[in-house]
Design a protein around this ligand. Structure first.
Ligand code: N7H
Length: 482
């Protein structure tokens, strides 16, 4: 029988719930001695891995304290682990097992790079590509110093059984920028709701949503062993996703992308282009993202930011794009309209087949005074979870963000087909070519001025990537360490 409520004690915490993280260490490693690696895992590490259950309980405690006007929790440390296809093959005979095709080939494969228009590995962070990556430890907590202590303790336990290939620390931005990514926009607002986990705010009027606008999905979209979405019906239960082996149950695929953000260049470009179009620069930036800095969506606040709306989780995700058929409020190519087109796609069921749970964190320092061209590497350690990398992350990147013709079938108010253009934030043209986006200038509430935003350069540049599998506790305790 398919269980509806996921087996929380067997699922790693970052997958469905997301580990709490002010700071996060990413330790990418190669397995050098599999026997002693398995031994250290069994004796020192498995007991420290944080489950979804623990992450969920901590989240509830944080919420309670916030409601009572108390500060967030004191010190804590969480640990999760994932393996690449190479890593699994080190631990286990994987021949003959049919994993997700994208996971099989990996993020650095020539085919992956080609289909995603990614920059070649030769331009990625040198240490990251200096050796084979078998796995990653995610260590999260509140303070850099505590994490540094726990990371070195972990590495001491593992000794020479692994080689640390690359490590990097992500951290939330300081002060008022907390919760905002480096371009300045509030992040982490819209996530899929999970049936059996996400609390339904209005059970009578909106039984299929968590927060208003947050459609509930079947957990099998993100964790193996449970029903996934029905291919033709947005709320009906579908079959569970196919598993390469029974031990994939309660596991999930993780996509990691180190995305460098060219913040001074982005700001300069937006200011110059806005001046040329004769529009407010904040409005132009918002039309590239689909939300204002505060998080207020253009669909509900088309002309100026509304911080009250941006901060109100009862309203800030409660919209569709269907009542904006001529991109008057929000361009078709705006990042959030591309990444989750809602009712812009052929059917609601179709839109829900390409969702991801995002669990990234910014990295790098704030822009320094006088830094008018990027001098320090900064950006987003992008992390997302799913049960099919091909149908979820890669589909969004390839068929939506990089596809200048998506969303198709839209017409100008007076007739004529619209080519929406590239997602200006994450879209990538072949060969790092120039990109364009339709309608940066708003024809709202009316108007018929035709404008195109020409973007000769990327503001987001991929500098490392890998695909991982985040096994269940059961798999970690049995097949992967026996
Ligand atoms: Fe995106 N940004 O600042 O512009 N993203 N994103 N993203 N993103 C979102 O709704 C950003 C990236 C999605 O449900 C917001 O939480 C940046 C990748 C999806 O309506 C903001 C980078 C992919 C959503 C940003 C980046 C996605 C989303 C609004 C890279 C997948 C939810 C806040 C540096 C291929 C859409 C929010 C929805 C939201 C930004 C990367 C996907 C502000 C800077 C690689 C699915």
């Amino acid at each position: 029988m398919i269980q509806l409520i996921p087996d929380f004690d067997d699922i790693q915490g970052d997958v469905l719930v997301r580990l709490q993280k002010d700071v996060e260490n990413f330790l990418f490693f190669k397995i050098v001695d599999r026997i002693s690696f398995k031994d250290s895992m069994k004796h020192h590490i498995l007991g420290r891995i944080t489950s979804a259950h623990r992450a969920h309980q901590r989240e509830l405690r944080i919420q309670r304290r916030r409601e009572q006007g108390e500060s967030a929790l004191d010190e804590f440390v969480s640990l999760n682990i994932g393996f690449t296809k190479d890593g699994l093959s080190q631990l286990f005979r994987t021949q003959g097992l049919k994993f997700d095709p994208a996971f099989e080939r990996g993020a650095a494969a020539a085919h992956t790079i080609k289909i995603l228009n990614d920059p070649p590995c030769s331009s990625w962070v040198k240490e990251f590509v200096s050796d084979r990556i078998d796995g990653v430890f995610l260590i999260t907590g509140r303070h850099r110093s505590t994490l540094a202590f726990h990371s070195s303790e972990l590495l001491r336990f593992l000794g020479t059984s692994i080689k640390l290939v690359y490590s990097e620390t992500g951290n939330t931005r300081p002060g008022a920028e907390r919760g905002h990514e480096h371009f300045g926009f509030r992040d982490g607002i819209s996530q899929p709701g999970i049936r059996g986990l996400t609390r339904v705010r209005s059970p009578i009027s909106r039984p299929d949503q968590g927060l208003p606008g947050q459609d509930l999905l079947w957990p099998g979209e993100f964790v193996f062993g449970y029903a996934e979405q029905h291919p033709e019906h947005p709320t009906k239960e579908g079959p569970p996703p196919p598993m390469a082996a029974p031990w994939l149950r309660n596991g999930s695929y993780m996509v990691f992308r180190r995305l460098e953000q060219k913040v001074p260049e982005f700001r300069k470009f937006v200011a110059e282009q806005a001046a040329q179009f004769g529009m407010d620069r904040e409005l132009l930036a918002a039309r590239m993202v689909g939300r204002w800095r505060s998080g207020a969506p253009l669909e509900l606040a088309p002309l100026r930011d509304d911080p009250g709306l941006g901060g109100d989780d009862g309203q800030n995700n409660d919209f569709e794009f269907g009542d904006d058929p001529s991109e008057r409020k929000c361009p078709y190519a705006a990042h959030i309209r591309k990444a989750y087109p809602r009712d812009d796609t052929a059917s609601d069921a179709e839109a829900q087949r390409h969702r991801i749970i995002r669990a990234g964190i910014p990295f790098g320092p704030e822009v320094a005074p006088g830094e008018t061209a990027t001098r320090y590497s900064r950006g987003l350690m992008f992390v997302c979870y799913q049960t099919s990398i091909e149908r979820q992350f890669e589909y969004i990147q390839r068929n939506y963000a990089n596809n200048r013709n998506f969303v198709g079938g839209k017409e100008r108010p007076g007739g004529g087909v619209v080519v929406p253009g590239y997602d200006p934030i994450i879209g990538q043209a072949p060969g790092n070519g120039a990109r364009e986006m339709d309608e940066p200038y708003p024809n709202y509430p009316a108007g018929n001025r035709r404008t195109t935003l020409d973007m000769p350069n990327q503001f987001v540049v991929l500098t490392a990537a890998a695909y991982f599998f985040m096994p269940s506790f059961t798999a970690l305790r049995t097949v992967l360490t026996s």
